[in-house]
Design a protein around this ligand. Structure first.
Ligand code: GDP
Ligand code: MN
Length: 359
């Protein structure tokens, strides 16, 4: 299980590693006034956010709010950004790469260190030094210092951080504990980015963290509740929206029957307005990885023209497969056809289309 950066940052801080502090926001209004500069960092579980536009530097509160509103609701490498870590910014004199991972070949932890840290570590693997760690003996401090001494002048601050990093690696049952970059600043070494991957086999020992990571999904369910929508998160990648619990259940089955996996259950109920359906589409898209949405509406007191307008208002980079029948069906279909959407009369045809859109 990969932890979100802000969680890994906190774990490193608690272990005594000097990390850039910060707080998490889910709305631009949550930005607090600040003096110098902050870095806004999209909380998505992928690397290379910097290059993908997920890291922004802001020098005043207004700029931070503007940038935060751009980041929130955007996608970084297809992952929706629902949270931003607002981190104190530093002027960087040098960037180092530091990690401890498991070396499968020697079957023991290995420390990786490079003076070429920052965003490009993958391309500079020849500059990385590797120091194996015998798990029965632990870190060999003198060996570590002499290895570091060949590439950095002041060995001690690095050695102190590495010892603490190894403590975290062990106590969190990690397969990777990484700080990249570890930056040299006017305040000394500061960890700017944090990454921890926990061995899934040990998750029973980390129930608290598991709950915290799942919160992101829980939050969608809670938000749905607040809007009177019943949303249940599932494992797959096809969003499902329908009216009436029975119809939504049948929609899930239809997706599975064609070999797809539903991302959620979402029942908008009867008589949903355009606004409600727009909120439903927003909710479904909050879940990372959803690229196809199956909308199955058997409209009774709901109106097909309202459904159609909602879909057009939320026209997005995802596939919509729509089955639309019932009240004001012709109007709804006309609106969608004019906007270039295919609409199906049969639930099976639409479900099949939603699955095939991902192939
Ligand atoms: P990643 O791209 O997902 O690995 O995100 P990082 O958190 O590592 O940030 C990417 C890059 O943004 C870093 O390598 C730095 O060059 C830059 N960056 C991050 N924090 C700061 C900061 O406080 N000050 C400055 N000047 N640059 C930063
Ligand atoms: Mn990084």
């Amino acid at each position: 299980m990969r932890l979100y950066e802000h969680v890994a940052n906190r774990i490193f801080s608690e272990a005594g590693i000097p990390m850039a502090g910060g707080y998490v926001i889910s709305s631009p209004d949550d930005i607090k006034d600040f003096e110098n500069k902050v870095v806004l960092k999209a909380q998505v579980l992928t690397g290379g956010r910097g290059k993908a536009g997920g890291i922004k530097l802001a020098s005043d509160t207004n700029e931070a709010k503007t940038l935060a509103s751009e980041l929130l609701g955007s996608t970084i490498k297809d992952l929706p950004v629902t949270k931003v870590f607002v981190q104190n910014a530093f002027d960087i004199n040098a960037e180092y790469y530091l990690s401890i991972t498991v070396d499968r070949q020697s079957k023991q932890p290995v420390l990786l260190f490079s003076v070429a840290g920052g965003v490009d570590i993958e391309s500079t693997s020849e500059n990385v030094i590797k120091i194996p760690i015998d798990p029965l003996i632990g870190l060999d401090e003198s060996g570590l210092k002499s290895a570091l001494g060949s590439i950095v002048d002041d060995v001690n601050p690095f050695a102190t951080i590495i010892k603490k990093l190894y403590d975290v690696f062990l106590s969190s049952d990690a397969t990777l504990a990484e700080i990249n970059p570890l930056a040299l600043t006017s305040e000394g070494l500061v960890g700017l980015d944090a990454k921890i991957i926990i061995d899934d086999n040990s998750l029973f020992r980390h129930e608290g963290l598991k709950a915290e990571e799942l919160l992101a999904v829980d939050l969608i369910e809670r938000e749905a509740e607040g809007k009177g929508l019943s949303y249940v998160s599932l494992d797959g990648d096809i969003g499902v929206i329908g009216c009436g619990a029975g119809l939504v259940m049948a929609s899930l089955d239809a997706i599975e029957a064609f070999g797809g996996k539903p991302a959620n259950f979402l029942d908008v109920g009867g008589g949903a307005s355009q606004e409600t359906i727009e909120a439903a589409i927003d909710l479904v898209l909050k879940k990372p990885g959803v690229k196809s949405i199956f909308i199955n509406m058997f409209a009774g007191i709901t109106r097909c023209d309202e459904i159609a307008k909602a879909i057009i208002a939320k026209k997005h980079d995802v596939n919509f497969s729509i089955r639309l029948v019932g009240t004001l069906e012709d109007e709804g279909k006309k609106i969608l056809a004019n906007a270039g959407f295919d609409v199906f009369d049969s639930m099976d045809d639409a479900a099949k289309n939603a699955v095939e859109a991902l192939r």
